[in-house]
Design a protein around this ligand. Structure first.
Ligand code: DGL
Length: 260
């Protein structure tokens, strides 16, 4: 069974890509909705959340773990993997590899504040392709916008907000935009409208492709089951996921939090 972790609904797109690539595998998706958003917390608190999530995955008996959260991948991949006691993959290196392979060398990185401050994406891009020039922008409110249903490119309020946040990126003239938080995929139309002709690279999609192509991913078989667990307010999570078409068909959302 493959565990997939995020703070909220963003990782559901990674889950969906993984299920398409590994149709027989069993998946357990856990969103720590009680603590969302992670990306505005301090590194120490994010590491504690990661250890606690990892311990839960260990108790659920997953064989491997895909962290579908840019923030935990950047700051606490070791912590969550150690606590889960199984092989763990994050969303940093696969997208850095894809950008390097595409020959892009001037990369605007959009992520949560904590991820931007860590500079982990910048370092991964430099390691894949020395000389790559990066600009990292922390976008503190984007996760909350997505969780609350703002994603339409026709929404003037959203466009104006996204435009204000990304203004420094426009004068950077990137040749690639890296979506370094799995929630941001839902803002792609708004982001793309600000950078015409510039390709967007989604960290979650790249990670799903990398796992599906790995020897571990190729041998994964099971009963094609999927369970969705959250740590608080399952109804709100279900509504948010349904609104963006990300809830797997027929899936229920179970609450496993302290107050459930
Ligand atoms: N999807 C998570 C990420 O990729 C969101 C983090 C948050 O909850 O702020 O970073």
């Amino acid at each position: 069974m493959i565990g997939v972790f995020d703070s909220g609904i963003g990782g559901l797109f990674v889950l969906s890509a993984l299920r398409a690539a590994m149709p027989d595998a069993d998946f357990l998706y856990y969103a720590d909705t009680a603590r969302l958003p992670f990306g505005v917390r301090s590194p120490d608190l994010i590491r504690r959340y990661a250890r606690e999530a990892g311990a839960r995955f260990a108790a659920w008996g997953v064989d491997s773990l895909q962290v579908a959260c840019g923030t935990v991948s950047a700051l606490a991949l070791g912590e969550i993997g150690d606590a889960a006691g199984c092989p763990v993959a994050g969303v940093i290196r696969p997208v850095a590899r894809e950008i390097a392979a595409a020959g892009r060398r001037r990369v605007l990185i959009l992520s949560t504040e904590a991820t931007a401050a860590s500079r982990v994406f910048d370092e991964a891009l430099a390691a894949e392709s020395p000389g790559t020039v990066t600009l990292s922008l922390g976008c503190p409110l984007f996760v909350s916008l997505v969780e609350n249903g703002f994603s339409s490119r026709n929404d003037p309020a959203l466009l104006s907000f996204v435009g204000r946040t990304l203004a420094p990126g426009q004068t950077f003239f990137p040749d690639a935009v890296l979506l370094g938080c799995t929630h941001f995929r839902l803002l792609s139309p708004a982001v793309a409208s600000l950078f015409p002709g510039v390709p967007l690279f989604d960290c979650g999609e790249a990670a799903a492709r990398a796992l599906a192509d790995s020897p571990a991913g190729r041998k994964e078989t099971g009963r094609a089951s999927v369970r969705i667990l959250v740590s608080d307010n399952p109804d709100r999570f279900r509504r948010a996921a349904e609104r963006v078409g990300a809830l797997p068909d027929g899936a229920t959302v179970e609450c496993v939090g302290e107050l459930c």
